[in-house]
Design a protein around this ligand. Structure first.
Ligand SMILES: O=C(O)C(=O)C[C@H](O)[C@@H](O)CO
Length: 263
């Protein structure tokens, strides 16, 4: 029986703590999969990922209790069907600014007659090569579409985006939103924080899960208190580099472990 445990977890309304994976490596993903996070983003937008590397990370996470979320570089229909066919059940699509974009994405993740996804999963990992009997009937129900609102335009259109049936959650991208607002690298700027908080409250009030990523523990707690549900609290690359720099600096080597702000 086909099930998407991340989508079920979202429906529980419980907070879900996640981690960004940008190493684009199955071995590193399998390590992250044992750390205890609720969800892991395999980042195809800012990590050097392709279809094969995402496939290998999904396979590496098959036995992990952490739910994989695959972020595509862009919300293109042809790309969506390929990543769904390799078994991505939850897609995070960046830079969704309008209702029309959200509606097109919903069509792309659904089979006809409700959508435009091509039929091919019977020979793909998504159906475990046709060993999941109900895949074609259950896929539309179990797919989880998360869209990123990360521009001023997206926030202006947030009500319309939230109204689209089939959008299962809205993620606020703080770095891109800050840049679009003229505060590139300054995620803690007051206007940016005000916009983020208002958006999280609006998404939650609309009854849809709100997501965000910030490495700042105080901001994470603030966002969770405002109702954000799927909250990523760090990234593998940042943790790895910081740990190595900290170790080197203990022996007087390197340039210290402080990271730049505003990832
Ligand atoms: O705009 C943002 O912030 C995001 O979408 C998250 C970043 O892209 C992510 O790469 C941080 O590592």
């Amino acid at each position: 029986m086909l099930k998407n445990p991340f989508k079920a977890a979202l429906a529980s309304r419980k907070p879900l703590i996640g981690l960004w994976l940008n190493m684009a490596d199955a071995y590193a993903a399998s390590m992250a999969g044992q750390a205890g996070f609720d969800w892991l983003v395999i980042d195809g937008e800012h990590g050097p990922n392709d279809l094969r590397s995402v496939l290998h990370q999904l396979q590496a996470l098959e036995s992990s209790p952490s739910f994989p979320v695959v972020r595509l570089p862009v919300g293109e229909k042809w790309m969506i069907k390929q990543f769904l066919d390799i078994g991505a059940q939850t897609l995070l699509i960046p830079m969704v600014d309008t209702r029309e974009q959200a509606e097109a994405l919903v069509r792309a993740v659904r089979y006809p007659p409700y959508g435009e996804r091509g039929m091919g999963a019977a020979v793909a990992r998504a159906s475990r090569f046709n060993t999941i009997d109900d895949y074609a009937q259950a896929a539309d129900r179990e797919v989880c579409l998360l869209v990123q609102a990360e521009t001023r335009q997206a926030l202006e259109n947030l009500d319309a985006i939230l109204s689209v049936d089939g959008v299962d959650g809205v993620f606020i991208g703080p770095a891109d939103l800050a840049a679009d607002m003229g505060f590139a690298g300054q995620l803690d700027a007051e206007p940016v924080q005000q916009a983020i908080e208002a958006a999280l409250v609006k998404i939650t009030a609309a009854g849809k899960p709100a997501g965000i990523l910030t490495f700042d523990e105080n901001l994470n707690k603030r966002y969770l208190s405002l109702g954000a549900q799927f909250v990523a609290v760090g990234g593998d690359v940042t943790e790895f580099v910081t740990a190595l720099r900290r170790l080197a600096s203990r022996y007087g080597r390197g340039v210290g472990a402080e990271n730049g702000k505003g990832y």
